[in-house]
Design a protein. Structure first.
Length: 90
């Protein structure tokens, strides 16, 4: 199966804010891999008080957060549904 690097904005890849041991983030990474998607991982600190960028991007501190062009999603179920809908049938 061929893979395609999807550029979601003019110069950018999808961005996933996450940390490695987060089980919800793991679900999203698995879906990304299954769909052969290329994306940027932004590893955030576990310490909530150091999550200013996540809060600035999504308005809340929990991860995973996906930024796909103009779309910002802050729940793993919403992210997975979005990925399947947008990239699932290629
Ligand atoms: N989206 C999930 C929650 C996701 C979640 O709880 N993520 C954890 C990391 S595994 C988190 O960021 N929690 C907030 C925190 O640690 O401040 C839900 O609505 O159930």
């Amino acid at each position: 199966m061929r893979y395609t690097v999807i550029m979601t904005t003019e110069n950018g890849l999808m961005r996933l804010y996450q940390f490695e041991s987060c089980p919800y983030c793991h679900q999203v990474r698995q879906k990304m891999s299954e769909l052969l998607l290329t994306y940027v991982t932004i590893n955030i600190p576990k310490d909530r008080s150091s999550r200013q960028e996540v809060i600035a991007v999504s308005g809340q501190p929990s991860v995973p957060v996906l930024v796909d062009g103009d779309v910002v999603l802050a729940d793993e179920n919403d992210i997975i549904a979005h990925l399947e809908k947008k990239y699932g049938k290629r």
